[in-house]
Design a protein around this ligand. Sequence first.
Ligand SMILES: N[C@@H](CCC(=O)N[C@@H](CS)C(=O)NCC(=O)O)C(=O)O
Length: 213
Amino acid sequence: MNLPILYSFRRCPYAMRARLALAISGAEIRIREVVLRDKPAEMLAASPKGTVPVLVLPDGQVVDESLDVMKWALARSDPENWRGADSAETDALIVQSDGAFKHALDRYKYPNRYDGVDPEAQRTDGLAILAEWNARIVASGGQLLGPDRTLADMALFPFVRQFAATDREWFAAQSLPALQEWLAGHLASPLFKSIMTKHAQWRPDSGGRIPAG
Ligand SMILES: N[C@@H](CCC(=O)N[C@@H](CS)C(=O)NCC(=O)O)C(=O)O
């Protein structure tokens, strides 16, 4: 059967959010695991900008922005009504996440990649945003926009996961109880586990089999 193909990298937070939405939608897809320093020519031919995720539909249409992949999946099927939340609030959270939070996250996690960056100052900037999200989760009753997970939660938590994992001990010592519980809940969810399956690097002749173990 001709299935949509998703070029993905297991640990990429953008690819994670795409896989989360594809999984909840029940879309059947074929995953092609990419190694970022060895991107397949097939992926670059479909999307020359060279970032994952890239979804290639059977009719040749290419969706190569993670949020667009989420929206494509949820437009087909949205069983938990992830797109039911206020869209202006959702958009604002994603702008904050993909903008200011990601900026701080990258410089905190990889200070050597940037000139004159103080990782602790970047961590403080990230923490200020997390404190806002913590307050929001408290006010909303468990998730960012209400008691139930929506597109915003699924788009953001892979980035919070990365921030938390940079120094777990420090993160655990911060006073962000609602956000810490929110993150732990998403990491423990069957949905997240289902999208973190390991795949060997895809090669044109490898067919996309899942390795044992
Ligand atoms: N705006 C893009 C960003 C995707 C992105 O930057 N993905 C990273 C991996 S997490 C990537 O592919 N980087 C290219 C590289 O490292 O060569 C999206 O939302 O899909």
